[in-house]
Design a protein around this ligand. Structure first.
Ligand code: PRP
Ligand code: URA
Length: 209
């Protein structure tokens, strides 16, 4: 699938195995989720367009390059996506941040929206949705639909872990959306959890279990 980018950099794989470990505590989990988001951002922004600018160094005039055109926005899906925000903002400090509250109904596994606050100019920005887990794909597909409803045209999803079911679902619903992930796991279990996965990302980031 051409819009699936599995980032298999050794640093990401090493950090992911720490996240997966059930003995990893809240503090370390948070720190590593932040670090992984930063490393993934480095890869996911590889193809941003550049433009030439004239500047003066202390020594001479120079033609250098900076990022051209559209600015970026990041949209964490609450709660767990919040654990990736700082890692991105360390690299792209001027990105605007929209917040989208979705939770999965435990019975139906369908996403339920409970909060949405977007930057006013979100439609003019390249948007990166942040959510560590792409499981059934319901939450990510709903997030893309909501952002398209706000007029967004350039949307990518950054997740730490993905299940094949979620990738297929999102791709079918929104084939224009690029997916960046550090790994594609085996499957979902009967409760919609990724196997082997890392458990409930929100609970592990916020220490709620
Ligand atoms: C988790 C995760 C995703 C969603 C993925 O959130 O952070 O948003 O599940 O599952 P899906 O692909 O099947 O939709 P959850 O609903 O547990 O909410 P939380 O972040 O508040 O814990
Ligand atoms: N949400 C999580 O936090 N973990 C999973 O494995 C699936 C959905």
């Amino acid at each position: 699938m051409s819009n699936l980018h599995v980032l298999d950099h050794p640093l990401l794989q090493h950090k992911l195995s720490i996240l997966r470990d059930k003995h990893t505590g809240v503090k370390e989990f948070r720190e590593i989720a932040t670090e992984m988001a930063g490393l993934m951002c480095y890869e996911a922004t590889r193809n941003l367009a550049l433009e030439e600018v004239e500047i003066e160094t202390p020594v001479a005039k120079a033609t250098t390059r900076r990022i051209a055109g559209k600015k970026m926005a990041i949209v964490p899906i609450l709660r767990a996506g919040l654990g990736m925000v700082d890692g991105i903002l360390q690299l792209i400090p001027s990105a605007k941040v929209g917040h989208l509250g979705l939770y999965r109904d435990p019975e139906t596994l369908e996403p339920v929206e409970y909060y949405c606050k977007m930057p006013r100019d979100i439609a003019e920005r390249q948007v990166m949705i942040l959510d560590p887990m792409l499981a059934t794909g319901g939450s990510a597909a709903a997030a893309v639909q909501i952002l398209k409803g706000h007029g967004c045209k350039h949307i990518t999803l950054m997740c730490i872990l993905a299940a094949p079911e979620g990738i297929a679902y999102l791709h079918q619903a929104h084939p224009d959306v690029n997916i960046y992930t550090a790994a594609v796991d085996e499957k979902l279990n009967d409760h919609g959890y990724i196997v082997p996965g890392l458990g409930d990302a929100g609970d592990r980031i916020f220490g709620t279990k």
